[in-house]
Write a protein that binds this ligand. Sequence first.
Ligand code: KIV
Length: 282
Amino acid sequence: MTEETAPYGTGPTTPTTPVKRVRTHHLAQMKERGERITMLTTYDMYTAATFDEAGIDILFVGDSAANNVLGYETTIPVTVDELMPLVRAVAGSVKRALVLADLPFGSYQASPEQAFHTAVRFMKEGGAHAVKVEGGAEIAAQVEKLTTNGVPVMAHIGFTPQSEHALGGYRVQGRGDAAERLREDARAMQAAGAFAVVMEMVPGDIAAEITGELAIPTIGIGAGRDCDGQVLVWTDAFGLRTGRMPRFVKQYADLHGTLLAGARQFADEVRDGTFPGPEHTF
Ligand code: KIV
């Protein structure tokens, strides 16, 4: 059995199973078999390596690095040059996952050529295996230019954070009459050659319908349980970020609490002279 024909989707690699890179056709096979696809954001080498070891299928350097790493309020200001070192760190730290880079606001909307130039930078300089773009029918020409020239593309429809000001803030998309527009966007992205589509903050029944209609996998974030896969922003999912969370977030760990307790203990021990002890001293 060759690497490419071996069965795929058995979860994390172990020392006894050969490491096999997740590729876009594996994701299509997972949809056919009804196996759920897992995707997390990641912005650095340690989380990337950890999530890869956990068997997460797609590791995604989102433009959400803007408000999770770089201290911006929204994703709008982040640039290609700011995201590039993060993509390179992630791509260099994972063995199995498909590494996906987000094209930031303003780096692809102007023309198919602009989109191609930006995507090629992420693949050549960053080592990304695929890119993600936000938008539907209005960016079909960009997606087609990429997919017909060797760049695998994941689309992102529904609530698209880069258009937050145009959409009037964080709101569920595709309710009522807007559902038809959402279906058209999903079809346009599939027709343009996208290998998958993220649906963000979309009613669960509409997301289920689109998932049933499309041949390519759908990945949900606030789009209910019937998508072919799920993505979360890692700092939300593991509790590094605190404060009000969107309803679709489930928190699997309390990293803020763990770090806070550790930092307080370190400070106490330095102040009272407990650290460093003789065992830490040369
Ligand atoms: O940048 C990001 O984190 C995203 C997710 C919301 C999918 O686009």
